[in-house]
Design a binder for this molecule. Structure first.
Ligand code: BG6
Length: 479
């Protein structure tokens, strides 16, 4: 039900994710009135020995963007319970606290949302504890889990099976925070609500599509975690692949979450195995200076892979998924490049391709590269942009944080922006053979300079499969 008192239980409350993302998102929801004062209570759970005030002090500095009054009110709703992740004792205590709050609230039903801000190794035991000690007797119980969900197909399937024995699929919310980003959510609207794009969005008109993620910092103290996963598991197999699904999938029957997720699964199942000569891996110089990273690590901090979709719409169109850490800039974008104009009387061929770019971050924007007449007396062409920058167009609109939206969706019971079990499986199926080859050292990461564009081999790969770098001006010389 939509009503009744709400308990949000953040497991791993003293960790990084909770501090930086979960509590701030809850705070913003609270400050905007989505979590009502008399209706919500937040419980932090972790192993550290902390008091309620101790937890409040820890997270206070991360809660920004609302008044001091809101802040102290919010903090009053937070309680801390300490306990381990695999003993009944702690979870019994947690259940007691939550039940006491529910009784004191006197509403007829109650809602319990568990947020696992924890390393995945403890998911099975924590979920078992929740199932055994903490199920809500009078309303729903939902569980949010964070990626990584497994390391490859088998481990992901094993995790899914373990959690599947404890919870129904409609109680499990596998978060991929990219699905909470404004411009990612916009993809569906752009594609299916605009007549302009409908007839063009296919192999007849589109030459190639790039989905790119760049970060201008390295693994910054997360080397120990990162080295076990690498950039493909950290970014590409989840965040970029979700964006890929929305760009490439067929039109869903309706906006119902199941209809949308059905289409995502289908397009994932249409992806061919990735070929070794369509992969470039990189590792930035200095990555191994992190003491928690082994000296002989071959873990990629950069990767570019080409996905080939075997269906009527996309056969022959390369999707280049590229992600890297410690690069020259921070940016995430989708770049749709159209084919050359046939019978090009302006001779702008190759330099003047149309592109439609959706910039997810920073500074959300979408723009279309068009060839126009260069203003002036000469008949010359140049590339210009039809530009929709959110900062300009929506000056007074605050774009919500991804986590804010996704937590609210969970409370509302909307699974559209969460990863379904079969979707997860299909995603792992695409990358597992490649990941096993990398893990076994059959593919090597090329060193690159921190602060660069990554290995030049990646740009070469993009051009080889069809991407054409466009240039600013095109001057048509008189014949
Ligand atoms: C996380 C990755 O999932 O996403 C991080 O583990 C990465 O390595 C982060 O930095 C990027 O998220 P955003 O929202 O800043 O693009």
């Amino acid at each position: 039900s939509e009503h009744g008192c709400l308990s949000v239980i953040v497991l791993g409350a003293s960790g990084d994710l909770a501090k930086k993302k979960t509590f701030p998102a809850l705070f913003h929801l609270f400050a905007q009135g989505f979590l009502q004062s008399g209706e919500v209570h937040i419980f932090g759970y972790a192993r550290s020995n902390l008091s309620d005030d101790g937890l409040r002090e820890r997270i206070r500095g991360y809660l920004k963007g609302a008044s001091e009054e809101h802040l102290s009110e919010f903090l009053q709703h937070i309680k801390y319970v300490s306990g381990s992740y695999d003993s009944g004792e702690g979870f019994e205590k947690l259940n007691k606290e939550v039940s006491e709050y529910e009784m004191s609230n006197k509403s007829e039903s109650s809602r319990r949302l568990f947020y696992l801000a924890l390393p995945p190794s403890v998911y099975p035991s924590v979920c078992k504890m929740i199932r055994t000690y903490c199920m809500n007797p009078s309303g729903w119980t939902r569980v949010i889990v964070e990626k990584p969900f497994g390391k490859d197909l088998d481990s992901a399937e094993e995790l899914s099976a373990q959690l599947g024995e404890l919870f129904d699929e409609n109680q499990l919310y596998r978060i991929d925070h990219y699905l909470g980003k404004e411009l990612v959510q916009n993809l569906l609207v752009l594609r299916f609500a605009n007549r302009l794009f409908l007839p063009l969005w296919n192999r007849d008109n589109i030459d190639n599509i790039q989905i790119v993620f760049r970060e201008d910092f390295g693994t910054d103290g997360r080397g120990g975690y990162f080295d076990q996963y690498g950039i493909i598991r950290d970014i590409i197999q989840n965040h970029l692949l979700q964006v890929f699904c929305l760009v490439a999938m067929e039109k869903p029957v309706s906006l119902k979450p199941e209809h949308i997720r059905d289409e995502k699964v289908k397009v994932l199942q249409s992806v061919n195995p990735i070929k070794h000569d369509e992969v470039v891996l990189g590792q930035y110089e200095g990555y191994k200076d992190d003491p928690t990273v082994p000296d002989d690590s071959n873990t990629p901090t950069f990767a570019s892979v080409v996905l080939r979709v075997h269906n009527e719409r996309w056969e022959g169109v390369p999707f280049i998924l590229k992600a890297g850490k410690a690069l020259s800039s921070r940016k995430a974008e989708v770049r749709v490049q159209f084919k050359d104009v046939p019978g090009d009387i302006f001779r702008c061929k190759k330099q003047g391709r149309n592109e439609f770019v959706i910039r997810l971050q920073p500074s959300e924007a979408m723009y279309m590269k068009l060839t126009v007449k260069k203003p002036g007396l000469e008949m010359a062409t140049e590339q210009s942009e039809l530009d929709l920058s959110y900062g300009m167009r929506y000056q007074n609109v605050k774009i919500p944080e991804a986590y804010e939206r996704l937590i609210l969706d969970t409370i509302r019971g909307d699974q559209q922006h969460f990863v379904r079990r079969d979707e997860l499986k299909a995603a792992w199926q695409i990358f597992t053979p490649l990941l096993h080859d990398i893990d076994a050292g059959r593919l090597k990461a090329i060193p690159y300079q921190p602060g660069s564009r990554g290995p030049k081999e990646a740009d070469e790969l993009s051009s080889r499969v069809g991407y054409v770098q466009t240039h600013g001006y095109i001057w048509i010389p008189p014949t």
